[in-house]
Write a protein that binds this ligand. Sequence first.
Ligand SMILES: [Zn+2]
Length: 245
Amino acid sequence: MKRILAAISSFVMPRVCPVCRRSLLTAETLMCTPCLAALPRSVMHLRPDANSLASRVSRPAHRTAFAAAWFDYDRHSPYAALVRDAKLSSKPAISREAGRLFAMEMLADGCAPLLHDIDVLLPVPMHWSRLMRRGFNQSREVAQGISLATGIPVGDNLVATRAHRSQTRGTAQHRLTNVAGIAALRSPAELHGLHIAIVDDVVTTGATMCDAIRAVEEASPRAISVLALGAVHSDEWVFNDKQGL
Ligand SMILES: [Zn+2]
């Protein structure tokens, strides 16, 4: 029976480490044990009030309640495969399992009170035209992984009003204006007074996340938090962007 289940799961979860390409052992889910141990963790969740992600996405009218990314994202690092393989190789199970492991680590590190204050996880939305092409929204998969570990529900109130163009070219300012106004909120009354966590796979410039925060603020939530698998160091973001993976 175990062997049958393992065979079925091989279709769902890749059985090769996306970082070093070694075959995974039965007990290994996302990465091999050495790669998981060496993951360049950001440990932002241990510094909830003062971390680079929180300061990047905070706006004058709002202070991020909780901001955390699992690892420091560098598109030249082998760990970038955790984000890239999910998208380009159509492996949503990678995003989901990474989200689950990230949440499990936060819980093990004593973040249960912070996480359980969150009422709903809202994935950064993907426009339907891109969703049709890719077949899944990796941010929703990350959110579902976090939900598996924490029990926090995943909402579908954030929607994308248009597809944004590639952000691999252009100035930093151009990138910031490129995504402005894309995210919109459906049924904002449902979210009034709640603690909302916006979830993305990777935060680079922070422009996409800030646009989602702007949309969520319309609902007058009690608090807004930000969760991502990867985050680029703020002094590197000019040359990186999620569209340039
Ligand atoms: Zn590995």
